[in-house]
Structure formats: C-alpha cells, structure tokens
Design a protein around this ligand. Structure first.
Ligand SMILES: [Zn+2]
Length: 212
C-alpha cells in the first residue's frame, strides 16, 4: 500500500492531472508484455519443461541429414593391397610363417599367434570360391552397383580367409555357395577395391561345385 502510494505521488509530481490515470494504467500494462517475453522461450525448451513436469525423460528426436566428406588411410598393408590391384592387377595376401595361414585382405598380425606378418606377401590366383552371399535389392548412393546384385564372400584359391565382393554374370537366384568365380579388373581405376570391378563365374569350372 505504501509503495503504490509513493509511486502515485511521484506520478503526480511529474505529470499532474493527466499523469494520474496514465501512471496507473501504464505500469501494469508495461509489466504484462515483459512477462510474456520471459515465458515464451523456444518451443524445444518449453517441451523440456513439460516433460520434466510430467516426470518423463527430457529427450528429443531431431530429423536431419549430414553430408560428410572424409579421407581414409588404408594403412601400410591395406595400401599395398589396393595399389597392387590397381597397378599390377594382382591380388596379394600375407602368409603367417608360423601357422601358414594366408590372409586376404591382408593384415599385419596373425589372429592365431599374433605373429607380425606384414612383410610376408604372397600372390594369389584371381579365381576363388563363393562361401556365402546375399542379394542386394535396394538402391542407395553408397552402394557400388545397381540392384539387384550379389554381394558374396569369396575365398581366393590359396587363401584361408574370404573377402567381400560383387558377383556378376549370373542371375542372383542362380548363385550358390561353392560356385567358382574369377576376378574381372576394372578398366578405369578408382584406387579402391572396385579396381576389381566384380567376380564372374569361372566358365571351365562352372559345373564342378566344390564342397566347402
Ligand atoms: Zn599365424
């Protein structure tokens, strides 16, 4: 009561006659919009408060899309694997001198005995055997071929580990494990594993399916 009385006195002294009603109506009117600004933060914050008040998790789902250019170092062993395919059209692996296991793609350490095998390179044949496969039936930017196409695990002759590549030249429903295939190198290099463009059925051995 005292405060309002003093304020009205101030208003009286500054603006007589007109100041009376103006001071009373303006002050509350000025407070209302200021309060509204404070109470109307971004919608997201509003939602957090609502969730917390209901005892729920204050989490959000945001739709978005990122284009993310990047560079990737294939490593010393991986680099030689790729550049030999690119420059010499040869598929190289590494053999462990201790257990004799041949890795393709190559790696620098044997998973069995942890031997350093990075410099023990061996050349493999371009032919191999499908050990498993799937049919890709959807289209996406990062996929190497137009669907439908076959992605297979192929164990090259002389290797003990399979690696993933595309099989073409055969209908997807005709592909089967044990199928013999051979590498077809790309005419234009991309300095990627796709310098082997794809694998295709090995014609002379097409009917002699090898049990794995
Ligand atoms: Zn080994």
């Amino acid at each position: 009561m005292k405060k309002t009385a003093s304020k009205s006195k101030d208003a009286k002294t500054k603006k007589p006659a007109v100041g009376k009603p103006a001071a009373k109506t303006n002050k509350p009117a000025a407070k209302k919009p200021a309060a509204k600004v404070k109470k109307s933060p971004p919608k997201a914050v509003k939602a957090v408060k609502t969730a917390k008040s209901k005892g729920q998790d204050d989490s959000f789902i945001v739709d978005g899309k990122l284009a993310l250019p990047y560079t990737y170092f294939a490593g010393r062993v991986g680099s030689k694997f790729i550049t030999t395919i690119r420059d010499e059209k040869k598929i190289m692996g590494v053999r462990c001198p201790k257990c004799d296991k041949v890795y393709v793609p190559p790696r620098q350490t044997c998973e069995k005995d942890m031997t350093d095998i990075r410099d023990n390179w061996v050349e493999l044949k371009n032919s191999g055997t499908v050990t498993n496969y799937t049919v890709v039936r959807y289209k996406d930017k990062h996929l190497p071929k137009k669907p439908p196409y076959v992605m297979a695990l192929i164990k090259l002759d002389g290797a003990d580990t399979p690696f993933v590549h595309v099989v073409e030249g055969v209908k997807p429903d005709k592909v089967e494990t044990g199928m013999r295939v051979q590498a077809v190198f790309a005419e234009k290099t991309t300095s990627t594993i796709l310098d082997i463009d794809h694998f295709e059925p090995l014609k002379e051995e097409k009917l002699s399916l090898i049990h794995i």
